[in-house]
Ligand binder design. Structure first.
Ligand code: ZN
Length: 303
């Protein structure tokens, strides 16, 4: 039996035909062409699915979608500018196939638990460190979507009390405000302003997260201080989540994770300090599927 996995992004619609062993048989990657109404984008997705499926026996379509997804309905997507769109129902009607829609970060976690860094694991936590901080929790091989579609919204866990700047979600002190690419830049600004210590970062006009991570890996003392602060918050937050999930592995993905093992070591150091004794051995690993995690996870949703 074959399955269609679709990863809907703000720039591209990534779709693939996958078999039950998780091998990609064919794929396509057309532009999303935003801004467009949800129906127009879904008409393209449906046409793409039928084209990839040809006359083959396809069991269903899984879709990862940015935003809050509850019961197959996209309640809100900032990236797509969609509100209350019954995507599952619409796509099922257009394709004549069973459809499952999930939040993209949750779906990516399912992909990593199936074919990626935690292949074969039944229980994992995945944290995606990108422009924001996304998360996905897999329990007994299934996505924990929660009762409002907010399951796995790890980026909005409170990690700093008394923060004055506001998070995108409206709260103050969320993990995303420190551990996302934009968060790392914000922390960098604060740490640089708090001392006059020499740093290669002071020579730069507009500091990016990559600049901070490169300087951190080169041993720049101020960059090390910035990343120790971020690692402390991440390690502490992950230690807290593991007391709820007790996962087999914690997977770190997203653009920031391109910093590689030095980033993992920095998180691990603080994780060890804060983790509950039974969870101390739980490995923290880098995601391995990159941009393909979404199509694998989407296909797995209908498998
Ligand atoms: Zn927040």
């Amino acid at each position: 039996m074959l399955y269609l996995g679709v990863d809907l992004g703000g720039t591209n619609i990534k779709a693939a035909l996958v078999n039950s062993e998780g091998e990609i048989l064919c794929e396509a990657n057309p532009p999303t062409n935003l801004p467009r109404p949800a129906e127009a984008v879904c008409d393209d997705i449906a046409a793409l699915c039928l084209q990839l499926a040809e006359e083959k026996d396809v069991a269903g379509v899984g879709v990862g979608c940015p935003g809050t997804v509850d019961g197959g309905t996209v309640l809100y997507s900032n990236n797509l500018d969609w509100h209350d769109f019954a995507m599952e129902e619409y796509l099922a009607q257009k394709t004549g196939l069973p459809v499952a829609v999930g939040n993209d970060a949750n779906v990516a976690a399912l992909g990593e638990a199936w074919k990626g860094a935690a292949a074969g694991a039944q229980n994992i936590i995945m944290i995606t460190l990108g422009t924001g901080v996304g998360g996905g929790i897999i329990i007994n091989g299934k996505i924990l979507a929660g009762s409002h579609g907010a399951g796995g919204e790890i980026g909005h866990a409170l990690v700093v009390r008394g923060e004055e700047e506001k998070c995108n979600c409206g709260n103050h002190g969320c993990l995303e405000q420190y551990a996302s690419a934009t968060g790392i830049v914000r922390v960098a600004g604060r740490v640089l302003a708090a001392s006059e210590d020499d740093s290669t970062l002071r020579e730069l006009q507009n500091i990016t997260a990559k600049d901070v991570l490169d300087a951190f890996k080169a041993g720049d003392a101020v960059a090390v201080r910035i990343m120790e602060y971020v690692g402390d918050l991440l390690g502490g937050a992950i230690a807290g989540f593991t007391t709820v999930v007790d996962p087999e592995a914690i997977v770190i993905g997203g653009g920031v994770s391109k910093a590689g093992q030095p980033l993992i070591d920095c998180i691990e150091k603080y994780y060890q300090r804060y983790a509950f004794s039974s969870c101390k051995e739980t490995p923290i690993v880098l995601a391995t599927l990159g941009n393909d995690a979404g199509i694998y996870g989407a296909a797995k949703m209908v498998l």
